[in-house]
Write a protein that binds this ligand. Sequence first.
Ligand code: PLP
Length: 371
Amino acid sequence: MSDFSHGGQIYQFAREQNTPIADALAHILDFSASINPIQPDVDWQAIIRHAQIAVQHYPDSQQQVLKEAIGHRFQLPLEQITLTNGISSAIISLFNELKPDTTLLFTPIYSEYRRAAKRYSDNTIEVIHGFEEGLSESLLQQIHGLTENSVAVLVNPNTPQGHYQSPEALEPLLELLRHKNCWVLVDESFLPFIGFSEHYSVRRQLKHHPKMVILQSLTKYYACPGIRIGALFTAAHALDKMTWPSWPLSVLDEQFVLQALTDPRHEGNTRDFLQTERPRFITALSTCDLIESVEDSMTNFVLVRTRIKAYRLVECLASTNILIRDCENFGLGQYTCRIAIQSTENNHQLVQALHQNRWLMTTEPLLSESK
Ligand SMILES: Cc1ncc(COP(=O)(O)O)c(C=O)c1O
């Protein structure tokens, strides 16, 4: 596993197995990417009808209608929104623009931040995401050393644990970073699973923090990673001086997301489903001998501690066409995996597969023996 590899590698997996892609997309159960199991209700016929005409023209370079819809959903005016073809690409663009002196990463963290920092930043400091217990002396020292051209990055709710910090809990850290006048990237890609109200988000602080960027992927919540769309939220016009690609989104992306954003039932359906399925799935996973423990989460994925080495469990489940995410490259050791919460039926299949593979406990070194 490389330092920066991701979940959601279904195409690569299909190639390795010599499985036709169409079969893989239809039959492989991919728990390794944390995608909403609830699909928004979109009218594909209408999307295609629009695209058949619109494809002959460049998309709107101002993305006015889509920005209005996103602004409405996230309670922000247009001038505070920049759209990109996915947050992964925005991360690289931002780091390429900023070329930070120092990057301070609160870990564990989405690996694209580590990849971008390694490529574009002179110096990277990783600190364990522990500021909820107050700002430690060593963290204060790290922050003290940041220049105005440094970047601090935190993901909230974070991955792979799904831990969430309220804006009030983050306030002392963000205030300190604001005083340092360095750039602050707050990735809230999984926040819609908690709620859209600005009460949950640091969006309200954007007005006072001209160097803060909120990175909001839309591919997780709207279950569309095959469509590349993400939004950056900032103080008005804060990113205008940076160079952005002229037409980051296609007319198909635009139409899909417009419809997804205006599905009136998506939010309620997602919340109701996860409220029931998450505790049920956590309980079912906890009954599996191969699982040592399951962390509770506020999002659409859970972190599990495994009794055998995670890579062996990943391999074994992959041989039955089930993908889960080994978390070793998050720096979490050899016995952790992230598992997305999917439909009840898929979750049941995973739990069955874990029970069926309990024989691995007799052939593999166990976590208890590694202590
Ligand atoms: C915290 C976080 N931010 C952003 C992304 C990427 O989002 P996108 O699909 O918009 O590139 C991921 C993907 O796993 C993620 O975990």
